[in-house]
Design a protein around this ligand. Structure first.
Ligand code: ACO
Length: 378
């Protein structure tokens, strides 16, 4: 075996072979199973895209209807999971609640028949169906309300917004939300997907796989950045403050949230689509000063950091869209998790096809043959 040079963050080191998604960070290309993200955002739905990611090809009409039907039938939570959620502190972060709930599913559906396609399908259906219900239920419960039961007559995205806001969304809101889910569904081997793969490689159950990925997505350098973008826009307050804010960040070597990406060195194609969706929402529901601040930020960051390949990433505009849809800021990352569950499951399934447990090596930097010093002599 050749000894490789150590690269912090494993930058540029392939961790797996995959046919699920493809990114060209220089040209701003993202494809799921070879289909461009622009085309999927325009023509597909989140559930159809989830099917494409997990099973490798677009479903025909009957396959899609069956998949939608199965998911609709599994949206409810067991009352014991709801009871468990009642014990969560209302001040806790919803990502922590979601991680606990995803892991708890393993208590109820613990059979690990990883060589049985029916088990794999049921786990995919259950996770895709129940995670939105968990997110909405936590939101209502922490306000002291009973969770709203899912409605079978509503599609996946409309039903989530209904359970969250306790009223049926208008079709534009449901459509925009559905496109957001499609855009966030998969993105090659990012940190949370890598953690899903490592967990999957031990042949544990899929609920543990998703719970471990949720925990990884929660960090501010990954999924948590969309929340941070809103806090940053609140702090900036007005268009005039944008340039001094950015200059201050650059001078003090602080990261500007929602900008930069390990892979994209141009504007993230998802950010372009999200910006367009934000404009549609503002047209219908009225403008937003945050959007003016965001546009000015994009201009100033391009001016100051464009030469380094620092451009808006997916999180920059997603927060603005979610805010307009009435989603509380600390639910942005759980919403990301609802969507990314599709990608995690696709990678779980792919990992099982040719599994080998992950066991990387390390470069030891410690000492050898050190003396054990008795406690009274330390
Ligand atoms: N603001 C200012 N400068 C930045 C930013 C930023 N957001 N991102 C990168 N840079 C600069 C760095 O300071 C560094 O400059 P230097 O070479 O002069 O030291 C250079 O660009 C390379 O930055 P790294 O941190 O090495 O890039 P890395 O690939 O490790 O980080 C990351 C990528 C974590 C996304 C980073 O850009 C960042 O922290 N962005 C803000 C957080 C964010 O928006 N995260 C969401 C990412 S998308 C997602 O996870 C869904």
């Amino acid at each position: 075996m050749t000894v490789c040079e150590y690269r912090a963050g494993l930058e540029g080191i392939p961790a797996t072979q995959s046919s699920i998604s493809f990114v060209d960070g220089q040209r701003g290309v993202l494809e799921y199973r070879g289909i461009s993200i622009e085309e999927l955002a325009e023509r597909s739905s989140f559930i159809e895209t989830a099917y494409l990611l997990i099973w490798g090809e677009l479903p025909n009409k009957d396959e899609l209807e069956l998949f939608e039907y199965e998911i609709r039938n599994h949206r409810r939570l067991k009352y014991r999971i709801r009871d468990m959620m009642k014990c969560f502190p209302e001040g806790g972060h919803p990502m922590d609640a979601l991680q606990a709930c995803a892991a708890a599913l393993g208590l109820f559906y613990s059979r690990r028949a990883l060589d049985d396609p029916a088990y794999i399908r049921a786990a995919c259906v259950r996770l895709l169906a129940k995670i939105p219900t968990m997110v909405a239920a936590f939101q209502l419960m922490r306000k002291g309300n009973d969770p709203v039961q899912p409605r079978d007559d509503l599609g996946y995205s409309a039903n989530f917004l209904y359970m969250l806001n306790e009223r049926e969304p208008d079709p534009l809101a449901a459509h925009v939300f559905d496109v957001c889910l499609t855009l966030h569904a998969e993105h090659t081997i990012n940190a949370s997907t890598f953690s899903a793969l490592v967990t999957a490689s031990t042949l544990t159950d899929p609920y543990a796989v998703v719970a471990s990925a949720v925990g990884t997505l929660a960090g501010p350098l990954h999924g948590g950045a969309n929340e941070e973008v809103i806090f940053m826009l609140e702090e900036i307050e007005s268009v005039e403050n944008v340039a001094p804010y950015i200059d201050h960040c650059i001078e003090h070597k602080q990261k500007i949230m929602g900008f930069g990406h390990r892979v994209y060195k141009v504007k993230d194609p998802r950010a372009t689509i999200l910006q367009h969706l934000a404009e549609k929402l503002f047209e219908k529901y009225g403008g937003d000063t945050f959007y003016d601040i965001a546009l000015e930020m994009e201009r100033v960051v391009h001016d100051r950091l464009g030469h380094k390949g620092i451009y808006p990433n997916v999180d920059f505009y997603s927060g603005l869209v979610y805010r307009k849809l009435g989603i509380p800021t600390d639910l942005f990352t759980p919403v990301f998790a609802i969507s990314r569950t599709a990608g995690w499951l696709a990678h779980w399934k792919e990992q099982l096809n040719e599994n080998r447990i992950f066991r990387p090596t390390q470069i030891y930097t410690g000492t050898h043959s050190s003396p054990y010093v008795p406690i009274q002599e330390r």
